[in-house]
Design a protein around this ligand. Structure first.
Ligand code: FE
Length: 251
């Protein structure tokens, strides 16, 4: 079986949230899709290890917020890579509520659905949760984020709890499925002007974010051309919020 074939399936990215006994829970996932029009129903696929999953089943409600294309990356860091068991993900995130009372995140969001749980299906590592849409709305005319765009732009790996998670080693073991012939370009630049190694790319061990000094990190106020060693001590990964100590050199 070829893992890369699964990357040909199209997805968006969604922030799924619920509330139980006055506490809010949520995660970011790429699996939410409409299954019927009458009644309007959605299914989400949620990992059993995901702290939010049990809370959704217990509360019987959840919201799905559709993220916008140019998403606030700290939202992905907090909701995609941290656990609600350890941090209050909603600390700085404003929410609204509709019919069910599930919190609905509106930051970086183009549309939302408010759902009551109809049924759930145990499918092994994940639980499929069927929800009836009781209310929904569009918040902006921005384009919705696709999983493809997200993967391309941030060169991220899916978090381990994602249904689409593939071990990086398995991916790298695979040969390219299709050979695309590109014209050979002979570069005249002999690269004598390349910066020394310490100015290389660093990779976040948590989420796979690549810090390229040439680009800097505008989302965190870091100017292009800033070597990794010159980043402030309190620099954090823009995707998963991990500290500098979680980065390793790409050499
Ligand atoms: Fe990270």
């Amino acid at each position: 079986m070829k893992y890369q074939v699964f990357h040909k399936l199209s997805y968006g990215l969604y922030l799924v949230a619920t509330e139980l006994n006055g506490k809010k829970y949520g995660y970011i996932g790429n699996t939410a899709f409409q299954v019927t029009a009458e009644p309007a129903q959605l299914i989400i696929s949620s990992h059993k290890n995901n702290f939010t999953t049990a809370k959704i089943l217990e509360s019987g409600k959840f919201s799905v917020s559709v993220l916008q294309k140019e998403v606030n990356t700290s939202l992905i860091g907090v909701f995609g890579f941290m656990t609600g068991a350890e941090v209050d993900k909603f600390q700085h995130v404003p929410t609204i509520t509709a019919v069910t009372g599930a919190p609905i995140v509106t930051d970086s969001v183009v549309a939302w659905f408010d759902c009551r749980v109809v049924k759930s299906f145990d499918v092994g590592t994940h639980i499929l949760i069927l929800g009836e849409v009781l209310e929904n709305d569009i918040l902006s005319t921005e384009e919705a984020l696709t999983y493809d765009y997200y993967r391309e732009k941030y060169r991220m790996l899916a978090p381990k709890n994602a249904p689409t998670y593939v071990d990086k080693d398995n991916l790298e073991k695979e040969k390219a499925p299709v050979k695309i012939e590109k014209p050979v370009v002979i570069e005249e630049d002999n690269h004598d002007d390349l910066e020394p190694d310490e100015n290389g790319v660093y990779i976040c061990n948590i989420c796979g974010f690549r810090y390229d000094p040439a680009d800097g990190d505008p989302s965190m106020g870091i100017a292009p051309g800033t070597p990794f060693k010159d980043l402030p001590d309190d620099y954090r990964c823009p995707i998963c919020n991990a500290g500098k100590e979680y980065f390793r050199s790409d050499d």
